[in-house]
Design a protein around this ligand. Sequence first.
Ligand code: FAD
Length: 407
Amino acid sequence: MPVFKNEMKTMKTHILISGAGPVGLVSALKLSLAGFKVTVFESAPELNMDLRASTFHPPTLDMMASFGLTDDLISQGLIARYTQQRDRQEGVVAEFDMELLKGETQFPFRLQCEQWKLTQLIKKQLDKNPDVQILFNAKLESVSQDGTQVQAKVKVSDEIQVFSGAYLIGADGAWSSVRTSLGIEFEGFTYPERFLVISTTFPFENHLPKLSYVNYCSDPVEWCVLLKVPSLWRVLFPTKVDESDESVMSDESVQSRLQHLLPQPQAYSADHRTLYKIHQRVAKTFRNQRVFLAGDAAHINNPLGGMGMNGGVHDAMNLCEKLIDVVNHHKDASILDRYERQRRTIAIEYINSNTARNKKMLEERDPAARLKSQQELRAIADNPQSAKQYLRKTSMLDALERAESIL
Ligand SMILES: Cc1cc2nc3c(=O)[nH]c(=O)nc-3n(C[C@H](O)[C@H](O)[C@H](O)COP(=O)(O)OP(=O)(O)OC[C@H]3O[C@@H](n4cnc5c(N)ncnc54)[C@H](O)[C@@H]3O)c2cc1C
């Protein structure tokens, strides 16, 4: 008997996704290209345009190339061939050439590009697919499930609606309603200090010798990170624990931090400034029957190393490949448990531990410990073999290989 187009439509497996951030949208794209019907709920009225992640690591670029997105991202970003560990007083401590990763990835560099450019590009592709629906002003309130379906109660504008699907991906960020609705603990801690990110058009590259696009600058008093995106420099500083939000965000404190970094006769332009609470947390479980957590909903970490969005995208790819295997290739549903075994291990052993270590190294106060870590970094950078190993770790290639080794 012939199968008609509308019948085929109803046969498609329906996946619900909470959150239209990078992780939700990468999931939507991967699943829709595999023939799934996808509904994405986004509580905000439009895609988020905040300046958050600015670094795409090589394996993430490899993954996005499978969707034909990487060339567009590169055309809107900056290729950072080098990354630097610096000392605020002494300048460059160690420089790493990412070209050492040639042969390990199609893109041996970091791409400095705002995360909203990725979500905008993906949305353009999704909008062409009639099987994908992105609902804005749609806040997931709760989740329930039985043996065959998941139900999501969603407030769409002011009306509560219930959606059913075969599976649901909670990609609704750090405050995930999916996670809360299922009572999944978010284990870990919140740092007492907050991070201030100031964006400025000031051309630091013309004033600080040998600056790269990605610079981690240690200092016993006030470390910082200097990151370039196409239109701006973004400077990240820690704040003092007892400094009020109001004081940190004031013109006076912003100017004083920048002037202390590099004294200038004129005031700095500092159009965007954002203050973040920083956490190291991992959800107790990434799977509850037909519901999965991915990205910030599953794990959050400090931004030192640029691993949050990248790690979340790696979660999305891992999970969606398994859902495709189960639904399209009739693999046993038990393979879905491997998602948690692989990605939760990476979140703990790799993402959280490396970002915490990066912070510790930047803020180290003990002169002997600082000297030791600087000597170690120099020795690593001076030897191409150890530099390559270091870059495999910092660019998350090792994490993906480790995940693959987990059965
Ligand atoms: C200053 C800073 C710098 C960073 N730099 C980097 C970097 O260089 N590299 C990197 O990899 N990462 C970086 N990160 C981390 C990165 O921004 C996050 O890890 C990333 O945004 C996580 O993506 P996500 O899709 O999981 O969550 P989000 O981007 O938070 O998206 C979640 C979406 O879900 C929506 N939502 C929330 N609740 C609901 C609900 N109940 N119903 C429906 N929708 C809902 C939200 O509106 C949002 O759009 C940085 C973060 C900060 C703060």
